[in-house]
Design a binder for this molecule. Structure first.
Ligand code: TYD
Length: 204
């Protein structure tokens, strides 16, 4: 059975590197997969992505949550579900937990509102979610500061602290699905922890 694996964490936690490592591991094993990302992953969802991340946009939190959900709906229907149904594993950089951490917790829209907007994604939750645990204070140092072309990254440290606390709350709420990986050490060490966690759970 193909698996749906998502990666979550604060900006700069090292998701891209860990996704690359996992992809290399699956290549060696000859296991089929695709990698994809949110917001985005399909041509239409990528257009919505530019709208959401535009640093000049001044949108309400409600509009923001609906746009992320709209992009997700397209991504799910046109890319994630077709891959899973044809026996291909899906590795996704961010998914619904980003909406919970950023919109529900950090923006303060609340869990219920975000859940309602994401009813389609709620029907296809990941088999496992890897949360790369690195507090924003350390993550921004690792990243070398915020990206000025990205509206979400331009939010201050207090916002990203709330995102991080949101993720910790999600780990408590979904202990079966979310694996928390402490990743302040070397990338190679995190790589071993991620692969071990996925192997232990029978995911890969
Ligand atoms: P991106 O450049 O992909 O960030 P990163 O490289 O850190 O993954 O930008 C996506 C931004 O959108 C990021 O700040 C997280 C935010 N986001 C939400 O606020 N809600 C969501 O549902 C998703 C998927 C992302």
């Amino acid at each position: 059975m193909s698996k749906f694996i998502t990666f979550e964490g604060c900006e700069g936690a090292g998701k891209s590197a860990q996704i690359r490592y996992l992809a290399e591991y699956l290549d060696q094993k000859g296991i089929k997969y695709i990698t994809t990302r949110e917001p985005g992953g399909t041509p239409e969802a990528e257009k919505i992505r530019s709208l959401i991340l535009d640093p000049h946009a001044e949108m309400s939190g409600e509009c923001e949550v609906m746009l992320y959900a709209a992009a997700r709906a397209d991504h799910l229907k046109n890319k994630i579900i077709p891959a899973l149904e044809s026996g291909i594993n899906v590795i996704c950089d961010r998914y619904i937990d980003s909406s919970y951490a950023y919109q529900a917790y950090a923006r303060g829209l609340g869990f219920e509102t975000v859940q309602k907007a994401n009813f389609l994604a709620e029907a296809r939750m990941p088999d496992v979610t890897v949360f790369l645990d690195l507090p924003p204070e350390q993550a921004f140092v690792r990243k070398g500061g915020a990206d000025k072309d990205d509206r979400m990254e331009m939010e201050g440290l207090a916002f990203h602290r709330r995102v991080y606390e949101g993720y910790l709350a999600l780990c408590d709420r979904f202990p079966q699905r979310i694996v928390r990986i402490e990743c302040s050490g070397e990338r190679e060490k995190t790589r071993s922890l991620v692969l071990a966690a996925l192997t232990d759970r029978g995911i890969i």
